[in-house]
Write a protein that binds this ligand. Structure first.
Ligand code: FAD
Length: 432
C-alpha cells in the first residue's frame, strides 16, 4: 500500500505542501510525474527550452531521491492513462497534489479526480505555488479584486508569519517508498532533443534583491532575479522567496504580489484566456497586418529598442520586463495588432512563460486588462530609450548594426501611429 505524490509545477522536495502531507499520511510515498502528451504534442520546437528545463529539474530530483533509496515514477502519455497505469501497478491508497489554477489544469484535475473516486482512491490537493489563492484575498463585499493596488493592500493586511512558514518535508523523507532507481524516459523518447542549455539554479542573490528598486528598470545591467522560470516550475518555494523578499526589498516583494494578483484573476475570470477583460476592447478593429507582425517578431521594425527586445527574446528565451512592456505596447498600439497574437508569440518563446502573468501583461499593455491603465497611454520608444537605456548599452548589444545602412527605416512614424491608435481605440470604445 502506497500513496502517490503527483508533481507538476512544484518540481522540488523542500517546502512542498503536497509532498509534506503525503509523507505524513502514514503510507510510503511514491513521487510521480506525467510527461503530458496533451501539452507536449502541441509544442513545435523539438528543442523546447521549457521541456529541457523540466527535464533537467526532474533528473536532479530523481538523483536526490535515489540517494535516499527512492525514485520518481515518470509516465509519458495522458494523465488519465498515467493514473490507470499506476492504479494497476501499485496498491494506491491516495493521491496528493498541489493546486494549479490554469483552465486546462483544472479540467485535467477534475477528470483525474473522477477516475480516482471511481476507484475508491482519495484525492488530496493543496495550495503551494502562491501565498494566497482563490478566495483568500477578497473585497469586503466578497468579490474578487480587479485592481492591483487595493488588492496588494489587502494582501499585506492578510499576511501573517504563518503564511510564510515552510513545510518541513526533510523531517519525513524516510517515509518515501523505497525501491531501486528508475531512469526517466530519454528526451528523444518523448520526441524532444537536448538543446545543450545550462539553466542557472534558483539561488537567491541577496545583493541583487537588496538593490532591485534601483536596478530593475535598466535592461543594460543584470538587475532582475531571472527567477521567473523557477517560480513557474516550482524549483523554488514561494514561501521562502517571499520571506526573504519582504526582508530585503519591498519593491521586489511587490512584484511577487503582482504574480499572485494575475493568478487570482485567471482563477476568477478564466475567460481572459480568450477575451479582453474589459469586454468592449474586443470591438477594436485590429489591423492585424501579417507582414508587420513578422517584422515585429523578427526585430526589424526600425525602432531599435523594440527590435532589441524582440531579438533578446528570440535568442535567449528571456526578455527584460521593461522591454516586454515596450514591445507589447508597440504591437498593440503602433501596429494595431491584436494582443492575442503577441501573447501567443511570447508563449511560444519565453522560458518563464506563465499563462496568468503573460495574459495579464499583454492585456495591461493593450489597455484591455484589469487595473486602471488608460488606453491612451502609448509608449514612445525614443523616450523609453532615453529613460531606461540612455547609453544604448542594451540596444547596441542586440542591434549592433544600429548606425549602419543595413538597419531598416521605421515601420511607421511614431506620431502618426500614436494618432491612429488613439482614434481607433476611442471610436471602438465609444460605440457601446
Ligand atoms: P524579477 O523582476 O526579478 O521579478 C521576480 C519575479 O516576480 C518574477 O520572476 C515573476 O515571477 C514576478 N513578477 C515580476 N513582475 C511581474 C509582473 N508584472 N507580473 C507578474 N509577475 C511578475 N512573467 C512571467 O513570469 N511569465 C510570463 O509569461 C510573463 N509575460 C509577460 C508579458 C508581458 C507583455 C509583460 C509586460 C510582462 C510579463 N511578465 C511575465 C512579467 C515580467 O515581465 C516577468 O515576470 C519578469 O520580467 C521576469 O524576469 P525576472 O524573473 O528577472 O523578474
Amino acid at each position: 500500500q502506497v500513496v502517490l505524490c503527483w508533481l507538476r509545477r512544484d518540481l522540488r522536495l523542500d517546502d512542498n505542501a503536497a509532498l509534506y502531507h503525503a509523507l505524513k499520511s502514514g503510507y510510503p510515498v511514491v513521487p510521480v510525474f506525467v510527461f503530458d502528451t496533451n501539452i507536449l504534442d502541441e509544442l513545435e520546437d523539438k528543442q523546447d527550452r521549457r521541456v529541457n528545463f523540466i527535464y533537467q529539474a526532474l533528473e536532479a530530483l530523481n538523483a536526490t531521491l535515489a540517494r535516499r533509496g527512492a525514485t520518481l515514477e515518470a509516465y509519458h502519455g495522458t494523465p488519465m492513462n498515467a493514473f490507470k497505469h499506476w492504479l494497476h501497478q501499485y496498491d494506491v491508497q491516495g493521491v496528493f497534489t498541489n493546486h494549479d489554477y490554469e483552465p486546462y489544469a483544472k479540467e485535467r484535475d477534475k477528470s483525474v479526480g473522477a477516475l480516482l473516486k471511481e476507484s475508491g482512491v482519495s484525492f488530496h490537493t493543496y495550495k503551494d505555488q502562491v501565498i494566497f489563492e482563490k478566495d483568500e484575498v477578497l473585497k469586503d463585499n466578497g468579490e474578487p479584486y480587479t485592481i492591483f493596488t487595493p488588492y496588494s493592500r489587502r494582501w499585506s493586511d492578510t499576511l501573517t508569519a504563518f503564511h510564510l512558514k515552510p513545510y518541513p518535508v526533510e523531517k519525513y523523507l524516510a517515509n518515501l517508498y523505497r525501491q531501486p532507481a528508475i531512469n526517466l524516459p530519454a528526451l528523444e523518447q518523448l520526441g524532444f532533443k537536448k538543446n545543450g542549455e545550462h539553466f542557472p539554479p534558483a539561488l537567491l542573490n541577496e545583493a541583487l534583491i537588496r538593490h532591485y528598486s534601483e536596478t530593475r528598470d535598466t535592461p543594460g545591467i543584470e538587475g532582475t532575479s531571472k527567477l521567473g522560470v523557477h517560480l513557474r516550475f516550482g524549483t523554488i518555494s514561494i514561501r521562502k522567496l517571499m520571506k526573504q523578499a519582504l526582508e530585503w526589498s519591498d519593491t521586489f516583494a511587490k512584484e511577487l504580489v503582482w504574480r499572485e494578483f494575475y493568478q487570482m484573476i485567471l482563477y476568477h475570470f478564466p475567460r481572459v484566456v480568450s477575451e479582453s477583460f474589459k469586454r468592449e476592447y474586443d470591438k477594436i478593429p485590429w489591423r492585424n497586418n501579417e507582414k508587420e507582425f513578422e517584422r515585429w517578431c523578427n526585430g526589424t521594425t526600425g525602432y531599435p529598442i523594440v527590435d532589441a527586445g524582440m531579438r533578446e527574446l528570440n535568442a535567449t528565451g528571456f526578455m527584460h520586463n521593461r522591454l516586454r512592456m515596450i514591445t507589447a505596447s508597440f504591437l498593440t498600439k503602433h501596429l494595431l495588432i491584436d494582443w492575442r497574437w503577441g501573447e501567443a508569440y511570447f508563449a511560444g518563446k519565453l522560458l518563464d512563460y506563465d499563462l496568468a502573468a503573460n495574459n495579464g501583461g499583454w492585456q495591461w499593455a493593450a489597455g484591455s486588462g484589469c487595473d486602471a491603465v488608460p488606453y491612451f497611454r502609448v509608449f514612445n520608444p525614443s523616450l523609453q530609450t532615453q529613460k531606461f537605456d540612455k547609453d544604448l548599452k542594451y540596444t547596441r548589444k542586440w542591434v549592433p548594426e544600429l548606425d549602419s545602412f543595413d538597419y531598416p527605416v521605421p515601420i511607421v512614424s511614431h506620431e502618426e501611429a500614436r494618432k491612429r491608435a488613439l482614434e481607433v481605440y476611442s471610436n471602438a470604445l465609444r460605440q457601446r
